[in-house]
Design a protein around this ligand. Structure first.
Ligand code: ATP
Ligand code: MG
Length: 373
């Protein structure tokens, strides 16, 4: 057990003043909050590890290695939705990973929340977690311990900003096909069926893949919607996760879409992203369109990089200019009713204002199609 007084005294050598310690403590680390003596606005969260080899005088090289691996992951994974690494260092028999402090965690936030999560907020939370996770996955990392306790939050203009933390269980593979079976890491409730099956078969080593992180992401969203998740219940119930009373129907559809029992069939991040966008199109401020009644054209607002696209009436666009990106986008849509194809015949109706109005929700995706090109 780490002694707060001892650690605070060591950190004061580095100019830190102890504030408090985190109420949420995991297995290996211990997180304390500090500010700098010279500037009280600089607030840090410092993960402290006891690296004593048991002798009380020597350090364990393997423990140091583990701490450095975790710090390395944090340093590498520099992204707006990942916790901000500051530095890592050893003082005597302790190792420290210093990060910028976040205000709270999704776990604490959801414990305090009693209200149905509005679609806009759900969309924003899910999108930010996905963006962080996609970045982490794109660099070849697997988190293995994604859960609300490891999803930190800040509030900016009363909006939740997400930062993923805790790389204690994270691992990196240059080639993801090579993922090896290892000792199990993580929390059972967030563990995907394929890994639970292996554990139930008594296997000591299990294969934890990025598809496992995707499952954990789905469970995180169920949990923040206050689903009554009891491990045994849902294992025995063919992995049917109970509905979450604090999720809207759209959010619930989204969660059910992610929580596919078979890891091969479980959607990939890109698919999940487009499902999210299609279910919550009204929440995307980057696809707001306004109708210019006099010219009968739509123009995009709030996204400077798209300015110009909708400036002229639709009839002035060539078939190719509109149909190619739109069809490509519709084609990739998972939702069946989005599988619309524009052809030379129906394209003519672009000159019809009423038809344009009916198309308004689709035109939101239309903007998206341009952004993606
Ligand atoms: N940068 C931070 N800002 C605010 N709180 C943090 C920060 N980093 C961690 N915390 C808090 O401390 C808790 C524990 O941190 P973390 O999850 O990294 O360690 P752990 O769970 O003890 O680690 P491990 O799973 O490796 O044993 C988090 O759940 C979070 O509440
Ligand atoms: Mg943790």
């Amino acid at each position: 057990m780490i002694n707060v007084d001892t650690v605070s005294a060591l950190l004061s050598q580095k100019g830190h003043v102890y504030d408090s310690f985190s109420q949420e403590q995991g297995q290996s680390g211990f997180v304390i909050f500090t500010h700098l003596k010279e500037n009280e606005n600089l607030k840090y969260a410092i993960k402290v590890f006891d690296i004593d080899d048991g002798s009380k005088i020597r350090v364990s090289e393997s423990k140091i290695q583990e701490c450095q691996n975790e710090a390395f992951a944090m340093k590498k994974l520099n992204h707006k939705n990942v916790v901000e690494y500051h530095s890592d260092y050893q003082i005597q028999l302790f190792y420290f990973i210093q990060m910028k402090k976040c205000e709270s965690s999704l776990y604490i936030w959801s414990k305090q929340n009693e209200e149905v999560i509005p679609n806009e907020q759900f969309y924003s939370i899910a999108k930010q977690i996905l963006d962080g996770l996609k970045f982490i996955h794109d660099q070849g990392w697997i988190l293995r311990d994604l859960k609300p306790q490891n999803i930190l939050i800040n509030y900016t203009d009363s909006k939740i900003k997400i930062r993923l933390c805790d790389f204690g269980a994270a691992t990196c593979y240059p080639k993801l096909d090579d993922v090896k079976s290892t000792a199990f890491y993580g929390s059972l409730l967030f563990t995907p069926p394929e890994v639970i099956f292996s554990l139930l078969q008594g296997k000591e080593n299990v294969k934890q893949t990025q598809q496992g992180d995707i499952w954990a992401f789905g469970i995180c969203l169920s949990v923040i919607g206050k689903a009554q998740l009891n491990q045994m219940d849902y294992n025995n119930n063919n992995w049917q996760v109970p509905t979450s009373p604090l999720l809207t129907p759209e959010a619930q559809i989204f969660v059910n879409y992610i929580l596919e029992q078979d890891p091969q069939l479980r959607p990939k991040i890109e698919q999940i992203r487009s499902k999210l966008d299609s279910l919550f199109s009204q929440c995307q401020n980057n696809t707001q369109l306004q109708l210019n009644a006099s010219s009968g054209s739509f123009s995009r607002i709030s996204q400077p990089f798209c300015q110009g696209i909708f400036d002229k009436p639709f009839i002035q666009y060539s078939f190719k200019e509109i149909a190619t990106p739109l069809n490509q986008y519709f084609n990739n849509c998972i939702q069946e009713d989005m599988k619309f194809q524009i052809n030379e015949e129906n394209f003519g109706s672009f000159s019809d204002n009423i038809w344009e109005l009916k198309m308004l929700p689709w035109l939101c995706f239309y903007g998206q199609a341009f952004v993606q090109l």
